[in-house]
Design a protein around this ligand. Sequence first.
Ligand SMILES: *Cc1c(COP(=O)(O)O)cnc(C)c1O
Length: 424
Amino acid sequence: MNVSVERSFAEQQDAADSLASLRAEFFIPQRERGGDSIYLCGHSLGLQPRGVARVLNEELQHWAELAVEGHFASPRPWLPYHEQLTNSLARLAGAQPLEVVAMNSLTVNLHLMFASFYRPRPGREAILVEQQAFPSDQYAVASQIEYHGFDPKTALIEIAPRAGEAVLRTEDICALIEREGQRIATVMLPGVQYLTGQRFDIEAITRCARRQGCTVGFDLAHAIGNVPLKLHDWDVDFAVWCSYKYLNAGPGAIGGCFVHERHARSVDLPRFAGWWGHDKQSRFQMPASFQPIPGAEGWQLSNPPILAAAPLLASLPLFDKAGIDQLRAKSLRLTAYLQWLLQAHLSNALTITTPSDPEARGCQLSIRLHRSAAEARAAFDALAAQGVFCDWREPDIIRVAPVPLYNSFLDVWQFVAALEQALQ
Ligand SMILES: *Cc1c(COP(=O)(O)O)cnc(C)c1O
């Protein structure tokens, strides 16, 4: 494309964008003086689809009118409620419906997956994670190691980027797995890294890990709804995600989980069980022994939180309507445009730490300003004062995510103009 720095270029791109009408399906936070703010924070909390209030109100009404009967007699019975989400989630995860379930929240699901797939024994007790892992993931894996009676000091293997580099190389990850593989019980990495925006090569990493006999799982908090996934074909053992970032299901919304089909009927896999994971036919006969539902549903514990799941009924159809491949195609152009504008206007003032290879990233760019930490922070605050939502990570990273579902090329143009002003 013949890119130009003019605002009119952004407007032309929006006019030609077949997905542009999806923006109207979302509430865009308004600036104090009126008008849409520039919301580039979908990596933290996705915007609210306008359809959410309707489904939530319907559930409240079903509860008011039907009370306990709502489990069976509601137009969307609560008993099998999560099943309505399965097909859409399977499409986003690149999975068979049997392999996915909406349940709990991300960190809870991580622990449930570790209960089954992290089976350390002396000599093979290690977990491989990245050094920059999201704190909750760090705490979770360290506590798993301790729970099994091992010491995180020796059993937690952390991989860091090479000196002077911002992101990990797949070849380095695989070399480490080959070198240490016999010590590693489980490899646990992100699909898209929350801080750098790096997209991991899930397929290649899984192949290396499985060749060494490690189980392998991915945290897809920043990947699902952002980049296309093929978890089944890639042969991943398990994956977990939350739904309030790119899936736009609202704060604390129900999370999700993937368990590969080859584990679907492994009834003797150790797991933490609950009644909702038990065989649906005999669940209410309350038999004495637990008989897991085949597939990911067999890892459920409790009946699902209807009010935390309902927003997905408004959000997921938008993904189905647009198609994740079409969204990705727009996302590639939107983020390339952001990168191009930043380089055209501000190449001396900042470094983009996200990989420049579009295949090695999702929609997010992470920007490090060439300023003191205090000046960088002041520039970020000036952006916020202008009605620009992006996010600040200590010590000096600004994360910007143009989301193809609701962001426009004009948003990107306005962001770069605002950043330029904030840096003056
Ligand atoms: C957002 C995020 C989480 C959040 O965990 P919750 O259990 O949903 O609070 C965890 N890990 C990563 C990598 C995240 O980006």
